[in-house]
Design a protein around this ligand. Sequence first.
Ligand code: CMC
Length: 392
Amino acid sequence: GDVFTYDPGFTSTASCESTITFIDGEKGELLHRGYPIDQLAEKSHYLEVCYLLLYGELPSVEMLEDFEARVNRHTMLHEQMMNFFRGFRRDAHPMAIMTGVVGAMSAFYHDSTDISDPWQREVASIRMIAKLPTIAAMAFKYSVGQPFVYPRNDLDYASNFLRMCFAVPAEDYVVDPILSRAMDRIFTLHADHEQNASTSTVRLAGSSGANPFACIAAGIACLWGPAHGGANQACLEMLREIGTVDRIPEYIARAKDKSDPFRLMGFGHRVYKNFDPRAKVMKQSADEVLDLLGFENNPTLQVAKELEAQALQDPYFTDKKLFPNVDFYSGIILEAMGFPTSMFTPIFALSRTVGWISQWKEMIDDPVQRIGRPRQLYTGAPRRDYVDIENR
Ligand code: CMC
């Protein structure tokens, strides 16, 4: 019969050609359209990086203004969407709410989303980048029992999100520029990461010609798992559980014990075998932000730094090339900003939406792409005849 390459976990299969993101795992390098992530994190900002990912080049002043205005025009949700939030139990995980609500957007924009029309693809892309922060913030508000806060389009993307999360009625809310900058940097550091599990999911879903909102919902579902985007929540919960530096050796011993399923969350990466360049920026950011917010003696940050130091002296981790990844320090910043752990992965999801959409658009435009259809190595029973139930 046919012979297939057996590649569980796709460690050696390139599923597409792409011009968006380049990763050199040995060198710890991450480039978006050629630009290094550390330069983008420091000098650029999230919506400019969105533009770069979507269109391939850095924008001029006018192009960026136009892009930002287009995004701002689409931040509101249809009022009927509120019914979807209200259908969830009040303690629903915000990732469950996001998967449902983003999937439901396909019903609101089905007839107006003909993916063979480049303009409609463009509008769908802008809608998703614009509405995901509103959806994530409303999932948060719902979980804390507060009224929804509608978007304010005179604010920048990060400030608007913070306000939608933290403003309460009858109180003035002024966005702290330190928080806004930190938020924007977290968005930027998560914007794209080539063919990771959730992005591959979006491409595979999209390869059948499915509605793009439904494809992004599939990406959100995949991101939720603790081996992927869910690691930021799992990491902070682990750091809290460790609690004090004297308990670190116990947890390191557990992570090394093959009979114990426990892993150091926020450690290790499929592609980075030296360091994760996003983790470097995130660590520096955690130091700055916690300092500015007066949390410099934050016990969780101290446990994180000591855990990193001890793990990096242990041959188990160095031999297997396990280093802190982007999720190791992001949760500490988000916690200091006032987010509950359940919001960490939704924030990852809204940041990654632009990456998913850029990759989806690239796939639709690629004449070589066909429906994604992996093969398998069948190891089940050979052909056999059906046996009537009374004879089994
Ligand atoms: N703690 C302890 N041991 C680990 C860890 C860890 N965090 N990660 C990998 N290992 C060991 C693993 O047990 C295996 O050992 P052995 O070769 O003796 O069987 C070896 O290292 C290779 O691990 P793997 O699971 O085969 O590697 P993978 O490339 O399939 O998985 C990973 C990569 C990120 C899923 C994994 O490192 C992991 O589970 N890390 C913790 C979760 C995490 O932080 N995920 C976030 C990833 S970055 C953000 C994102 O893009 O989502």
